[in-house]
Design a protein around this ligand. Structure first.
Ligand code: URA
Length: 432
């Protein structure tokens, strides 16, 4: 087989055979296809897309390019949740213990902060002692014991996706629905769970800015799951404003503890209950509304909170920080951002808020950056709220005072004011 023929075939908009896709992925994994040919191929996909059959085959081949986690010991009880990335999105910290307390087996590999979005593993590691690396045996045994373990993503998972993603990043070929869907799903397939719930974010802080493209991506990922023998569901949820009020690692852990304790912001609680309910529905074979009701009860009764404490303790975390979150302390610099005019907050550009938080030290500006666990933003006002001049809109937290001025400028540029109350967006657009 000759890769030039495969490029030409995709350039002509023709469907590749399974053998041609295997040839492509073997060539990526063994680095035998040069980057310039792969780049030409990726651009041809951007222009001519891929059929559902090709996309599923590409995903399967990428998933099989590295380690595949064997969760067969948990049968149809294994469950995983994935977010396409957001700002203030700490739902995994809430969804995982709710679902685990209701019998789902959650053996989860999570990512780190990327660009303007946060990462679950960075949040968990802000709890002193939490171990995000377990041996495979420790990982599986913990799930056997308490239904729940969350570790960092292994570098050996879907290496073909890793190589292709790095190339897409520098060749203007990230924004192709089949390439995004296959990239995300290859890692989910390799992570082994039978039941998968995808939280596809929509809005200014998300990868997908409009509902149509978010739905196209969600449908594609569900179809891949079906073709590859997994039970995949998706929820389209709002990311046009941060989820909850806290952005940044410790700040988000504290907000998640509030929700688990029966308090906390309504939007965060409702999205978490919906995603957990969908997982429970998949695993127990009940309707979404029954799953959501069970999730609501697990939160209200405190069983989800107990599961959370158990989980953190099993992974070495110091649970005194969970029972007394003030122990986390505070960043040395806290700057208040105040409203500059009288009016309503028309919109908060959520990508800019994420970038402001990253600038404060909550995320990484390059691979080597060290995260400041206490850095981040506490919103005091959100989209749609009335503000008066001088009223506090947000607090910016950082342990590096010289970063705060630039982060403040970025934060201020995220806000648009208006004279009238803006239209309210739904929190959950659709469940697929
Ligand atoms: N996240 C991924 O893992 N892959 C993509 O292509 C986009 C987002």
């Amino acid at each position: 087989m000759n890769f030039i023929d495969i490029i030409k075939k995709k350039r002509s908009g023709l469907e590749l055979t399974d053998g041609e896709i295997d040839f492509l992925i073997n060539g990526v994994t063994s680095a035998s296809i040069p980057d310039y040919q792969l780049s030409a191929f990726l651009m041809a996909v951007c222009f001519n897309s891929m059929t559902a059959k090709e996309t599923a085959k590409l995903t399967d081949a990428m998933a099989k390019s590295g380690d595949i986690l064997d969760l067969s010991v948990f049968g149809a009880l294994s469950a995983d949740k994935h977010s396409t990335g957001g700002v203030g999105d700490k739902t995994t910290l809430i969804v995982a213990p709710i679902a685990a307390s209701l019998g789902c087996k959650i053996a989860k590999m999570s990512g780190r902060a990327l660009g303007h979005t946060g990462g679950t593993v960075d949040k968990l590691e802000s709890i002193p002692g939490y171990k995000s690396e377990l041996t495979p045996i420790e990982f599986i045994n913990q799930v056997k014991d308490i239904n729940l373990a969350v570790v960092g993503q292994s570098g050996l998972l879907a290496p073909a996706d890793k190589a292709l993603y790095a190339l897409r990043d520098v060749t203007g070929t990230v924004e192709s629905p089949p390439l995004i869907a296959s990239s995300i799903m290859s890692k989910k397939l390799a992570a082994g769970a039978h039941n998968i719930v995808l939280d596809v974010k929509v809005g200014s802080g998300a990868f997908m800015h409009d509902i149509e493209s978010a739905k196209e991506l969600a449908d594609m990922m569900c179809d891949i799951g079906k073709r590859c023998g997994r039970n995949v569901r998706a929820a389209l949820t709002d990311m046009d404003t941060p989820l909850g009020y806290a952005i940044g690692n410790v700040l988000e852990v504290k907000e998640a503890i509030e929700v688990l304790g029966g308090r906390g912001p309504d939007d965060l609680r409702e999205v978490s209950i919906t995603l957990a309910g969908m997982l429970v529905a998949s695993v127990r074979g009940v309707s979404d509304s029954e799953g959501i009701e069970l999730a609501r009860e697990a939160l209200a009764s405190g069983t989800a909170y107990k599961k959370f404490v158990d989980w953190i303790e099993h992974q070495g975390g110091d649970i005194r920080y969970i029972t007394a979150p003030d122990m986390f302390g505070k960043a040395t610099t806290v700057l208040q951002v105040v409203a500059e005019c009288d009016g309503y907050i028309q919109s908060l550009n959520t990508e800019l808020i994420g970038l402001s938080s990253t600038r404060l030290g909550a995320g990484r500006v390059d691979k080597k950056s060290k995260i400041d666990p206490l850095a981040g933003i506490i919103l005091k006002k959100k989209t749609g709220e009335k503000v008066y001049p001088g009223e506090i809109i947000a607090e910016l937290h950082s342990s590096t005072p010289e970063l705060v001025a630039e982060a403040c400028e970025i934060f201020k540029s995220s806000i648009t004011y208006s004279d009238s109350v803006p239209e309210r967006r739904p929190l959950i657009f659709e469940i697929i």
